[in-house]
Design a protein around this ligand. Structure first.
Ligand code: PEP
Ligand code: MG
Length: 379
């Protein structure tokens, strides 16, 4: 935490991203040690990258879709190169955060169309604007908020500013004519909000139809499940959407009352908290009952320690930072579903995040002993 105060100009540094350690002016022996480690890691990464275009199918034949999260158009190619089977989450805030005012429909349309065309025929899930909270825009003339994470963010902001919302929805719908596009609303807290968002989407569809502008009439519409109330209401919400995407970054924040950007409580930000695992399970069960697809796009999806649990819970897809894809695919291809399910049964009987983590660490070390030394298991 105090690195910036301790480091002087001209110091030689080793930054160990795996364990979060910075070595200031290392001894020669440390330099040699780290250079060797770096080389071994690079070799390992190239070896798994060679397999990253194979499907993520368990040895006993269960297929799960592995998609990439992106924030800019420029990341699409990398998403494909790393083996992404689609874009599971396109965060669309970037064009609103450049400090040049709100983007025009045409600019948004061109951007979305390009993403969709590059990925064609693979699916692209575009999330509508999620401004506010940890994603700020100076253009938003909202009053200072004491609790921005609990404030006028995401879908709440869009429903308050329907013209800004409609501009984005028009761009998304128009781009849907050029490939397989899916739309999802962020931060849905209950049915009322979802129905309001869908009503605006219907108005935009009507407008485009009247103007003879083509769009995909069968475009799938889903929601991010990332607020605890949406988890509780998932059985109801499932009847009004085509798919769920579980956003664990926010779900953990709201369920455990831990500010996701506050370093002082970062130690309490626990993906393995039994409450979180139960919530994910509940959402998947609700999706199953309603016959809709359910995937997960929070950081958990790309964490090697979470893969067996998420497989066992039965998600249809995982979406992650593109660089995490090769390893996740390798893991899925090595873990039998039968094993993941039986591990999950044991895990769901544990009462604390610490117990879950210890158990899963033990299991992962057994199947993938090489991950420890390479700094993958330190989350
Ligand atoms: C999430 O909340 O898990 C998520 C994927 O969205 P973001 O990190 O953009 O809030
Ligand atoms: Mg979120």
């Amino acid at each position: 935490e105090r690195a910036t105060a301790l480091v002087q100009d001209g110091d030689l540094l080793i930054v160990d991203g795996g364990s979060g350690v910075v070595v200031i002016n290392p001894e020669d022996s440390d330099i040699i040690l780290y250079q060797e480690r770096k080389l071994r890691l690079q070799k390992y990464k190239s070896s798994i990258a060679r397999m990253s275009h194979l499907p993520a199918e368990t040895p006993d034949g269960h297929r799960i879709f592995i998609n990439a999260n992106i924030e800019f158009l420029e990341e699409v190619t990398a998403a494909k190169d790393y083996g992404g089977e689609g874009i599971g989450l396109y965060r669309t805030e970037f064009l609103y955060l450049r400090g040049k005012g709100f983007p025009e429909e045409e600019e948004l349309f061109e951007d979305y169309r390009e993403v969709v065309e590059i990925m064609q025929p693979a699916p692209v899930s575009i999330r509508t604007l999620d401004l506010g909270g940890d994603k700020f825009a100076s253009e938003i003339a909202i009053s200072e908020e004491n609790n921005p994470a609990l404030g006028l963010r995401a879908i709440r902001f869009c429903l308050r500013e329907p013209e800004i919302f409609k501009t984005q929805l028009r761009a998304i719908l128009r781009a849907s004519a050029f490939g397989k596009l899916r739309l999802m609303f962020p931060m849905i807290s209950g049915l009322q909000e979802l129905l309001e968002a869908k009503a605006i989407l219907d108005q935009v569809r009507d407008d485009l139809t009247r103007e003879h502008i083509p769009f995909d009439n069968a475009m799938k519409v889903g929601i991010m499940v990332e607020i605890p109330s949406a988890v509780v209401m998932a059985d109801i919400l499932a009847h009004h959407v085509d798919f769920f995407s579980i956003g664990t970054n926010d779900l953990i924040q709201y369920a455990l009352a831990i500010d996701r950007v506050n370093e002082h409580v970062a130690y309490m930000y626990q993906p393995f908290h039994p409450a979180i695992l139960r919530m994910i399970q509940q959402v998947v069960a609700a999706a199953r009952n309603a016959g809709i697809q359910v995937s997960l796009c929070g950081e958990m999806a790309g964490d090697p320690l979470c893969i067996s649990i998420l497989l066992g819970i039965g998600l249809d897809g995982l979406s992650m930072n593109a660089r995490a894809i090769p390893l996740v695919k390798k893991m899925v291809r090595a873990i039998p579903m039968l094993q993941a399910r039986s591990d999950l049964q044991k895990i769901m009987l544990l009462n604390t995040a610490k117990e879950v983590r210890t158990y899963i660490l033990q299991q992962t070390r057994k199947i993938f002993p090489e991950l420890e030394e390479r700094g993958y298991l330190l989350n």
